[in-house]
Design a protein around this ligand. Structure first.
Ligand code: GLY
Ligand code: MN
Ligand code: MN
Length: 464
């Protein structure tokens, strides 16, 4: 946990931004996997963690801005709970540690909110993403689940996004810790991979490193020889010589800050010449994108600059053709690079995605594109100091997408479909790092993880 002062200062800033009303923070509950007493690993809501820090289930907090009150609703363990779960600090002590003085039993919450509603005071809540919260909001506020997303408080969302987007020094240190553990996971996978192994052996290895470091995974492991499937969570394939392994996985620290790195490496000691060509294009695009990072730059423009590098590289290989700028303007590159360049990272790997991607990644002056590929960009707005973001271009050969674009002659002026056909079984390559936007530029977080062809091949040769 951070210091008491950190949580008090965060709430003070929020109160100033909201200026009136009552803000409701729904802590997460345990969720049964196959029966109630066999739960998924508990994960506290990130906004609750940010303002109240207490990493325990079944809590709700309110900030009454008008009357300057902060109340934590929750219950201490019963003797029966203690038999199964052991003694825990009293809720009052936990609340004191984050600077909250009022603690009330959870059964008082419904009546409390009823009174607030009757008084006419505005109740700010964030868009719920768990069904138990939707049920609770229906019960307390009488708002049907299907209306809750639009009834959520825009002022609250905007205030939280503004605050959580700019990471403090202590958050940056925690993110760096997450990225360092994530780097260890990637190096371990690169060292351990052998032909004949299953993907699950490596997935288990990297998950173990995240847990050993005192945290968890930040998101389900992607570790696959089918890198063209963007979020592939299947781990049943056997590694074959000449295949590529795409690993996109990261650790979450004990305080729940996330790392999110991707590396792609050959099962054999060396890349094939075709793999080298494609890898180098992705790497050039990533390094170029990183070189552009500084305050004031629109991430949309960095995304498009990376897309142009990819189009240039693919033109040199004879897979694309025509004017590069025009091909990217028409979205032709998205056959190979169908996702966005990156997203914010923090307490969530896609930071604050539950609050609405358009609030987090877009602004009035930078609206979302409707074009396939660029539409998936999660972060497009101008970068600011304190933002921590991912930079993750990729090139993929997705047979079904190629088939469909070829059949409909989509962007045929810019794509050499006859040449692309020869790459249908290539797979995919992505390279991802995490960067802090500083006052004048940027800094890549974490210790270096092999990335150039020479570095990756050196590590693989040593390992095999
Ligand atoms: N790990 C998912 C992503 O890179 O967005
Ligand atoms: Mn990733
Ligand atoms: Mn990412």
């Amino acid at each position: 946990m951070f210091s008491t002062e950190t949580y008090i200062a965060r709430r003070t800033q929020l109160k100033k931004a909201l200026s009136s009303g009552l803000a409701l923070f729904l802590g997460n509950r345990e969720v049964g996997m196959n029966y109630v007493a066999n739960p998924y690993p508990f994960r506290q809501d990130s906004t609750f963690l940010y303002y109240f820090g207490i990493d325990k289930p079944d809590l709700v907090a309110v900030i009454d801005v008008d009357n300057d009150r902060e109340i934590l609703f929750g219950d201490d363990l019963t003797l029966e709970d203690i038999v199964w779960m052991g003694q825990q600090p009293r809720l009052r002590e936990q609340a004191e540690h984050v600077g909250v003085r009022e603690v009330l039993p959870i059964r008082r919450l419904a009546v409390f909110l009823k009174k607030v509603r009757r008084s006419g005071q505005a109740i700010h809540f964030l868009p719920p993403y768990r069904p138990e919260h939707q049920m609770a909001l229906k019960g307390w506020l009488n708002i049907a689940p299907e209306r809750q997303k639009t009834a959520a408080s825009e002022a609250f969302i905007r205030a939280v996004v503004a605050q959580r987007s700019r990471k403090s020094d202590e958050e940056i240190a925690e993110l760096e810790r997450a990225v360092n553990t994530t780097g260890d996971m990637h190096v371990a996978a690169m060292k351990a991979a052998r032909p004949g192994q299953t993907e699950s052996e490596l997935a288990g290895l990297v998950e173990g490193i995240a847990v050993s470091a005192g945290g968890h995974l930040a998101y389900p492991v992607i570790l696959t020889v089918q890198g063209q499937i963007l979020h592939n969570h299947y781990h049943g394939n056997t590694l074959q010589p000449s295949q590529l392994v795409l690993g996109d996985f990261g650790a979450e620290t004990a305080l729940h800050y996330a790392g999110d790195l991707t590396r792609t490496f050959p099962v054999s000691a060396r890349f094939t010449s075709r793999q080298r060509d494609i890898y180098q294009i992705v790497l050039d695009a990533q390094l170029h994108a990183i070189s552009l990072l500084r305050p004031g730059v629109r991430y949309l423009d960095v995304h498009l600059a990376a897309a142009r590098r990819i189009a240039e590289g693919l033109k040199a290989l004879g897979l694309m053709q025509g004017d590069t700028d025009e091909s990217v303007a028409q979205g032709a590159h998205a056959l190979f690079f169908p996702h966005g360049l990156g997203h914010m990272i923090g307490l969530d790997v896609h930071d604050m995605e539950n609050l609405g991607e358009n609030y987090v990644g877009y602004s009035n002056t930078v609206p979302r594109s409707a074009q396939f590929g660029t539409a998936y960009l999660r972060l497009a707005r101008e970068l600011e100091p304190g933002f921590v973001i991912t930079v993750e271009p990729g090139i993929y050969f997705i047979p079904q997408l190629i088939q469909q674009w070829k059949r409909t002659k989509h962007c045929a002026a810019f794509i050499n479909y006859a040449a692309v056909d020869k790459y249908r079984s290539f797979g995919g390559i992505r390279i991802e790092d995490n960067a802090l936007i500083t006052a004048n530029g940027h800094r890549i977080l974490g210790k270096p993880v092999p990335k150039s062809i020479a570095e990756v091949e050196a590590l693989r040769s040593e390992a095999l």
